[in-house]
Ligand binder design. Structure first.
Ligand SMILES: NC(=O)c1ccc[n+]([C@@H]2O[C@H](COP(=O)([O-])OP(=O)(O)OC[C@H]3O[C@@H](n4cnc5c(N)ncnc54)[C@H](OP(=O)(O)O)[C@@H]3O)[C@@H](O)[C@H]2O)c1
Length: 301
């Protein structure tokens, strides 16, 4: 666990799914936290003893630099994957992380942890996969001591918000392609556990840490598990791969977010991405990530 003395952690993206859990875990462990995001109303929900709130935009270098003063380490999860126009990830995220690196250098923060994605690549099939790689590159080139965390797909998003929610609301599971694509999943709670463990390990520096869970499973098999848990009749709709491939450039001029989501669907439908090496980080950091079955069996009906 993180040593609490002179060890305030700045959580950048603290109101997000992952940032919120990291903030709660650090705070529960008695670690002083500065929680940063743009919207003050959402930050208020994180108010707790030992948690300072900083309603600051990563694009505001002066305020960001102030927010980095007195900080020992940073864990950054901020992103605008669901943004468009003025808050498009293409406009905000790279510049935001350039600012963060400058602020870190100017204030002597010891280490920056950045949550990327296991599919980050300069040639990735989705704009945000390429963007994440470029953010990683900015961090690597900045000279700032860092750790890049690359988790696989979040269970909370792909299982609960995408498949289960469709079944709960419409009685139908919406699948990308024929459903045979295999993916590896990790719960947000377990990614947060890894982040907290790594914050407590000074020996981890200037490296990429891949994170995943024990389950490599196809969409069809995953959907069967979810349908059983929710007592659903098993109605499924498959979005054809050809539509997932052709639609994004047509939709993009009107709806950047929808185009991005369809590209993600194309990626999910066409690229199997098991992660048999998930145990390396689990053993190294003493985290036991849950299986897909454990996650699904705890889903609200
Ligand atoms: N979904 C998956 O399957 C998956 C898998 C692997 C990795 N990941 C990655 O994990 C990371 C965390 O995801 P998440 O779901 O926790 O994200 P999220 O819920 O969308 O949270 C984003 C956070 O960033 C903040 N933020 C955005 N722009 C900001 C700015 N300019 N200045 C300050 N704060 C800003 C947001 O608050 P405000 O809007 O109030 O500023 C919010 O707190 C992401 O990078 C995601 O791509 C996701």
């Amino acid at each position: 666990m993180v040593d609490t003395q002179d060890n305030r952690v700045l959580v950048v993206g603290a109101t997000g799914q992952l940032g919120g859990v990291i903030t709660s875990k650090l705070s529960a462990a008695g670690v002083p936290v500065r929680a940063l995001a743009r919207r003050r109303d959402k930050l208020e929900a994180l108010a707790a003893p030992g948690v300072e709130l900083a309603a600051i935009d990563l694009l505001d270098l002066a305020k960001l630099t102030e927010a980095c003063r007195g900080i020992s380490q940073i864990i950054a999860t901020a992103n605008n994957n669901m943004g468009k126009g003025a808050t498009s990830p293409m406009r905000v995220d790279l510049a935001g992380y350039q600012n963060l690196c400058a602020a870190v250098r100017n204030t002597g923060v010891r280490r920056l942890l950045y949550v990327s994605f296991r599919g980050a690549s300069p040639h990735g099939p989705v704009d945000i996969f390429r963007l994440k790689w470029h953010i990683e590159d900015v961090i690597r080139r900045s000279g700032v001591p860092h750790v890049i965390l690359r988790p696989t797909a979040f269970m909370d998003v792909w299982i609960d918000q995408l498949i289960a929610d469709g079944i709960r609301k419409k009685g139908v599971a919406m699948l990308f392609g024929d459903g045979t694509g295999v993916a590896n999943y990790i719960a947000v709670e377990d990614v947060a556990e890894f982040a907290v463990k790594i914050l407590g390990r000074d020996d981890v520096v200037n490296e990429i840490v891949d994170l995943g869970g024990p389950s490599d499973i196809s969409y069809n098999d995953l959907t069967t598990l979810i349908e059983r848990r929710l007592g659903a009749p098993g109605k499924r709709r498959h979005m054809p791969v050809v539509a997932l491939k052709l639609l994004p450039p047509l939709i993009k001029p009107f709806n950047e977010v929808a185009a991005r989501m369809v590209s993600l669907g194309y990626f999910a439908a066409t690229l199997s991405r098991p992660f048999p090496e998930w145990k390396v980080s689990a053993d190294r950091f003493g985290v036991a990530p849950r299986t897909v079955e454990q996650y699904v069996n705890a889903l609200p009906r």
